[in-house]
Design a protein around this ligand. Structure first.
Ligand code: DX5
Ligand code: ZN
Length: 225
């Protein structure tokens, strides 16, 4: 997968977050994710240090990669992601996103991701202003705007995120950059349209899809909002 994957600027992409899947039935869940409306599989890696939760890691991602054709969008909520870039790439990550808040040498980590062959993303927490990544924006394939505090699924969308997405979109357009905007946390059929209108290119949704009574419908409502 290369950056031409995101060449469709007329439509947004949907990335169901595997964190909300049924872990007792991973195989069935991955099979469902072959759905034609699923663009990417979002995989949340948590270290119990940067965020107050531990999710899953390399062996699970590798197992999923072995049975899916979908691109894997790996969101690293962990300290020292630079130690693990090549391992996540080998496990099957097509996109690797690291947090701004944990990288003292963010530019270097972004280069490392690109050298691994993955697309490079940087995530920013709700309290982090979008302007802090101005000077790496031209090196990024995507910015992940966290619209909840990272660590858990099922939290309430933080309204201010819409404003951050608009600000970031303006910067990207003004500078003629190709960087995409991904939004993660509390995304649902109810706010999908507003997020796309604000400038989001990739909508991550966990609970709104997997915990829905009709997940096919929820996916359709988010994709065709
Ligand atoms: C939160 C994760 C999200 C999470 C979103 O730390 O980064 O990807 O799965 O879950 P929902 O969509 O339920 O808010
Ligand atoms: Zn995530």
């Amino acid at each position: 997968m290369d950056s031409s994957f995101f060449s469709d600027s007329d439509h947004h992409y949907v990335a169901p977050s595997f964190l909300a899947a049924d872990f007792l039935h991973i195989k069935n869940e991955v099979a469902w994710l072959e759905h034609e409306l699923v663009d990417l599989i979002h995989l949340d890696v948590m270290d119990g240090q940067f965020v107050p939760n531990i999710s899953f890691g390399l062996p699970v991602i590798e197992a999923i990669n072995n049975v899916t054709e979908k691109p894997l969008d790996v969101h690293l909520m962990m300290y020292r992601p630079d130690y693990f870039i090549s391992a996540f790439r080998t496990a099957g990550a097509d996109i690797i996103t690291v947090h701004y808040e944990v990288c003292e040498h963010l530019h270097r980590v972004v280069q490392q991701i690109k050298e691994s062959g993955a697309l490079a993303g940087v995530a920013i927490n709700p309290h982090t202003p979008v302007t802090v990544i101005d000077d790496v924006l031209e090196n990024l394939d995507l910015v992940l705007v966290m619209s909840v505090n990272p660590g858990f699924g099922g939290q309430k969308f933080i309204g201010r995120s819409l404003h951050k997405i608009e600000t970031l979109k303006n910067t990207i357009v003004q500078r003629g950059l190709s960087c995409k905007i991904e939004v993660d946390g509390g995304v649902s059929p109810a706010n999908a349209r507003a997020l796309v209108d604000a400038g989001a290119d990739i909508l991550v949704a966990g609970s709104a899809i997997f915990k829905s009574a009709d997940r096919n419908k929820a996916l359709d409502l988010i994709k065709n909002c």
